[in-house]
Design a protein around this ligand. Structure first.
Ligand code: NAP
Length: 257
């Protein structure tokens, strides 16, 4: 049983859907004040309403400096500070090399990677004032470990987040701010569910634990990084993928029986 985080405040970027929603719900359940951030105010408000009176929505584009500064100002005004940042917002449009434009590449890097830098920079004054802080980045297995056709820009952004994390962890250690990352495998989100049962079944077949991950699986790992018990862990990442990256070939999966 982890010590209580009751009364602390978390900002969850991309908290209106998918993994971010799972993180927001889990942190809300653990008694934190939750600022749910997405570009859509209505979607962020809907998740906040599901959590309860200790949560509220905020509309911001985290690929912009104003957006990130605004969300931190809102958290400080509403809850008195920021203890935890979950830098989770991300996009994954597919485009293969030869078709991918420079604008496509910039858009993904800016939404997934530059937003990580901007949101971390924006929370620093509040965490420095508090004398401690927890930053949890949602990276991916795609990029740091695996590849997938159409996702060279996405993979670069997710691997880039881990490179950013390691230096950020060293720089922020004297302020008692830890920076860690979760690396999800295939997680069942609203978008994926729309692809139908056959597609889902084919994805499940590539996972040794024979199911897709749920947003709550990622949220539990994020909550651990935010816990007091994880105070001595920084600059680290944890893969949460049901064993997806383990089989060295298709025959290894088949040999599981
Ligand atoms: P999702 O269901 O599409 O949700 C994305 C969230 O990010 C939404 O709340 C969206 O809200 C928000 N968002 C997107 N662009 C934004 C921006 N510029 N500013 C603020 N908010 C923005 O995505 P997901 O699958 O949960 O993915 C969440 C994170 O997990 C991403 O970083 C992704 O790379 C990572 N991940 C996902 C999987 C997976 O299997 N799902 C696997 C590995 C890693 P608005 O559109 O309203 O802004």
């Amino acid at each position: 049983m982890l010590k209580s985080l009751q009364g602390k405040t978390v900002i969850v970027t991309g908290g209106s859907r998918g993994i971010g929603k799972g993180i927001a719900l889990r942190f809300g359940e653990a008694g934190l004040n939750v600022l749910v951030v997405s570009r859509s105010q209505a979607d962020a408000d809907a998740v906040a309403a599901e959590i309860g009176p200790n949560a509220s929505g905020y509309a911001a584009d985290v690929s912009t400096e104003e957006g990130c500064k605004g969300m931190v100002e809102a958290a400080v005004a509403r809850y008195g500070g920021v203890d935890v940042l979950c830098a989770n917002a991300g996009i994954f449009p597919a485009a293969r090399l030869g078709e991918m434009t420079a604008a496509d590449f910039d858009h993904v890097i800016s939404t997934n990677l530059k937003s990580t830098f901007l949101s971390v920079s924006a929370v620093l004054p509040a965490m420095t004032k508090a004398g401690s802080g927890r930053i949890i980045i949602t990276s991916s297995i795609t990029g740091p470990i695996t590849g997938y056709p159409g996702w060279s820009h996405y993979g670069a952004s997710k691997a880039g987040q881990l490179g950013f994390m390691r230096t950020a962890a060293i720089e922020l250690a004297p302020k008692k701010i830890t920076v860690n990352a979760v690396m999800p495998g295939n997680i069942m989100t609203e978008g994926l569910e729309g692809n139908g049962p056959e597609y889902i079944a084919s994805m499940e077949a590539s996972v040794p634990l024979r199911r897709l991950g749920m947003p709550a699986d990622i949220a539990n790992a994020a909550l651990f990084f935010a816990s007091e018990e994880a105070a001595y862990i920084t600059g680290q990442s944890i893969v949460v993928d049901g064993g997806q990256i383990l089989p060295e070939s298709l025959s290894a999966l088949e040999a599981m029986g």
